[in-house]
Design a protein around this ligand. Structure first.
Ligand SMILES: Cc1noc(C)c1CN(C)Cc1cc2n(n1)CCN(c1cc(N)ncn1)C2
Length: 406
């Protein structure tokens, strides 16, 4: 436990320095102010150190966080976690319960780190576009307030879309409450959302710059909650065909093995964009090459540059690019090798079983690969990659992304 002792030593030094009153030296010839020790003040090094981290929006080291978390009486901010449930056995998307309004209206919503709008099926959604989803009705909430004149219209990489008006209301996720979250209430949704009976809306967790409310953009749930979290971060522990979790404000060290490797985020395009150190196919040797892509929980699969994808499917017998399916397919029974991507010197292995996504035809002869070619130059580390790791989305002033094995 050396690190803890070392930071405690540092912390006590901080508190020592912070608590000793300066001598009453009158250097201005003016009046002297008598400093007195704050009565009842109990010096506390770790808390003093912790407050420095929070003041400068820095992420405290894990041992300091654990110390604060396990010590009673500290003025803690907030943190919590929520179950992330795959909507089907092939992990098409993951939803979480979200409480909106007073009394709470609870909707299962899709968490999307690839977009920045919090929108819901609502009492205002065209009735023929609602298909079993839970709707939010602002008129039934005593804390809702319409943002008159504000509208939104958002579209996604797969061509789906949603549009409507905007309210604010109380929103609680993982036990963390944002009292005035902008809730974008859908008047229209595209057919793919209507057919997705498992999701009643989206929680966009990309950067605020991507928000599509006009005339002025609003903040995401994370954008609003960040300042009240113990640490300005959220984590994703997605699983194959099993319940995982999203954490807010803290890192649960029981959810991963080894240590977390962090890479810088370039948020200039509003995405969680980072650079991988390379890849390997099956038991093949690791190819060191920079692959810049976005960490996107709202995309089911994974897309890489064409050269890497071609090299991968060379190892899948019977595979070929099918323009009708708009992707690589292969005979379902054929073996798909694992796919490894690098995070610095760390290696995240996507098991071969994750690399076959779903039947590509009605009789299930051919299957659609989980790895496909990038379009428009954006590589996407979607759910296939994310569910193979424990991932930290660190929204500090210089954002980073952390990956760990699990
Ligand atoms: C997909 C899918 N496949 O089977 C089902 C069900 C679904 C979900 N479904 C049809 C509806 C749907 C479509 C989208 N979503 N959900 C989530 C947001 N979308 C994104 C997000 C993002 N970051 N990047 C690209 N699109 C498009």
């Amino acid at each position: 436990m050396a690190p803890l002792k070392s930071f405690l030593a540092a912390a006590s030094l901080v508190s020592l320095v912070a608590a000793v009153p300066a001598p009453n030296v009158d250097i201005s010839g003016g009046t002297t102010v008598q400093q007195v020790r704050k009565s009842g003040y109990v010096r506390n090094g770790p808390l003093a150190l912790y407050k420095i981290y929070l003041k400068y929006h820095l992420t405290p080291p894990e041992d300091l966080l654990n110390y604060i978390k396990n010590s009673s009486g500290f003025s803690k901010r907030s943190e919590g976690s929520v179950t992330a449930t795959p909507i089907d056995t092939i992990d098409t998307e993951y939803t979480i319960p979200v409480s909106i309004g007073t009394p709470a209206q609870v909707l299962q919503m899709d968490v999307d780190t690839g977009s920045s709008d919090f929108w819901v099926f609502s009492s205002e959604t065209e009735s023929d576009e609602v298909n079993g989803q839970t709707i939010y009705d602002p008129s039934q909430s005593s804390t809702s307030k319409k943002l008159s004149g504000d509208t939104y219209s958002v579209s996604y990489g797969d061509g789906s879309s949603s549009s409507g008006e905007v309210y604010t209301d109380k929103v609680k996720i993982a036990g963390i409450t944002v009292s005035k979250q902008a809730v974008e209430v859908a008047e229209q949704v595209s057919s793919s959302f209507t057919s997705d009976t498992s999701s009643s809306g989206l929680v966009g967790l990309a950067f605020d710059s991507l928000n599509q409310v006009s005339p002025s953009a609003v903040q995401t749930f994370f954008g609003n909650a960040q300042s009240k979290l113990d640490s300005p971060l959220f984590t994703a522990d997605l699983k194959h065909d099993a319940a995982g979790s999203y954490g807010f404000g803290f890192i649960d060290s029981s959810l991963y093995t080894g240590s977390i490797t962090y890479e810088d985020i370039d948020s200039s395009d509003g995405f969680w964009s980072w650079t991988s150190s390379g890849y390997a196919i099956g038991s093949g040797s690791f190819v060191s090459t920079k692959i810049t892509g976005i960490a996107d929980t709202g995309t089911t699969l994974m897309t890489m540059p064409s050269s890497i994808v071609k090299a991968y499917y060379k190892k899948v017998s019977g595979s070929y690019y099918d323009s009708t399916a708009a992707g690589y397919i292969f005979p379902c029974g054929n073996t798909t090798p694992s796919f490894t991507f690098g995070v610095g010197s760390l290696r995240i292995v996507i098991p071969g079983s994750y690399m076959s996504y779903a039947a590509a035809d009605d009789d299930g002869t051919y299957c659609y690969g989980s790895l496909q070619k990038s379009s428009g130059g954006t590589n996407i580390f979607g759910d296939v990659a994310l569910k193979s790791a424990f991932v930290v989305f660190n929204g500090a002033s210089s954002p980073t992304i952390g990956w760990a094995t699990k």
